[in-house]
Design a binder for this molecule. Structure first.
Ligand SMILES: [Zn+2]
Length: 320
């Protein structure tokens, strides 16, 4: 068997990026399974949701947004700490960068290692990597909920933590007026889940229950197409839960029976591949996902820090 190229290191083709205006002043840019970003227009300013991997990648998105509005960006909201979501922050020249307090903590704790790890895994996303000035430092943090009035008759944007999920500090952005939810990486629309820093049991149960309870009409997941219509939104949430529960079932079974990590990977792959194998980054994610879930079954609550070296070690052990 030939060696599988590491993570997404061989996947270097550009994805088509599509801007969708979801309601007056509500924008989403999707990219065929690459990380999505969004923006919400207030009366006098813009709130950007997610920063992208580099200032160059961020500026490419801002150039598209600037065809619709020239208002200044007051707030940049980070849904979570992952490098491909935060390292482009400087391009926004935002007054403030907002995140969950755990996101700020995780950037301080492991931001440098995560930068190297994600650059190795997904070089495609790091356009002009030398332009990254350093780690991103949120200056407004919160724990549960933060409401930003948008002015005029635009209503509010609600930022909320739904519980531990894809990371310890994910937040969603909710527009009650339009029933539009930016879910970050807590929900993926027909794209594989990355769960290497996740809390699988919380995520698959009460966290996704809370995401579902918004009863959104439009959902923008972390990756994949915009999902429209309540039934389709529910389906995307349940697909995400199905991926998690499939992993929990199989990794748990192998762990209980005294099997090995490698067995857990192979059996989980066999279970999930027919249903999810065609989704972007499935092969890339699964070794890291299974390793983290295995650790959770071992009683390790706080995720281990991925480094470029540790990534390679787990990859070689499981994918080759
Ligand atoms: Zn992520």
């Amino acid at each position: 068997m030939s060696k599988k190229p590491f993570a997404s290191s061989a996947d270097l083709g550009n994805k088509t990026e599509t801007l969708e205006v979801l309601a007056d002043g509500v924008y989403a840019l999707t990219a065929e399974g690459d990380p999505n970003v969004g923006a919400i227009e207030a009366e006098d300013f813009i709130i950007a949701f997610e920063a992208r991997a580099t200032p160059k990648a961020a500026n490419d998105w801002l150039a598209v947004l600037r065809e619709h509005t020239d208002k200044p960006i007051k707030y940049l909201v980070l849904s979570h700490y992952h490098a491909v979501r935060v390292l482009g922050a400087s391009a926004y020249q935002a007054e403030s960068v907002i995140s969950h307090e755990k996101t700020k903590y995780l950037i301080e704790e492991r931001g440098m290692q995560d930068w190297a790890s994600e650059f190795g895994r997904m070089p495609r996303l790091f356009r002009e990597p030398d332009g990254i000035p350093g780690l991103t430092k949120p200056d407004i943090v919160f724990n549960d909920r933060l409401e930003i009035p948008l002015g005029g008759d635009r209503g509010s944007l609600i930022l909320e933590h739904c519980g531990r999920g894809h990371t310890a500090g994910d937040i969603v952005a909710w527009l009650p007026k339009h029933k539009i939810l930016f879910a970050g990486d807590l929900v993926e629309a027909a794209a594989a889940l990355y769960t290497g820093d996740a809390f699988h049991f919380d995520w698959a149960s009460k966290t996704l229950d809370k995401v579902k309870a918004y009863e959104a009409e439009v959902l923008i997941g972390g990756r994949g197409a915009v999902v429209s219509g309540k039934q389709n939104v529910d389906n995307a949430i349940e697909q995400t839960r199905g991926f998690l529960n499939g992993m929990i079932e199989k990794v748990g079974e192998v762990h209980r029976n005294g099997g090995t990590l490698k067995q857990a990977f192979t059996e989980t792959h066999t279970l999930l591949e027919p249903k999810f194998g065609m989704w972007p980054i499935f092969e890339h994610c699964l070794p890291f996902d299974v390793k983290r879930l295995w650790d959770e079954f071992e009683g390790i609550d706080w995720p281990k820090i991925w480094t470029a070296e540790y990534d390679q070690e787990v990859w070689d052990q499981l994918q080759n």
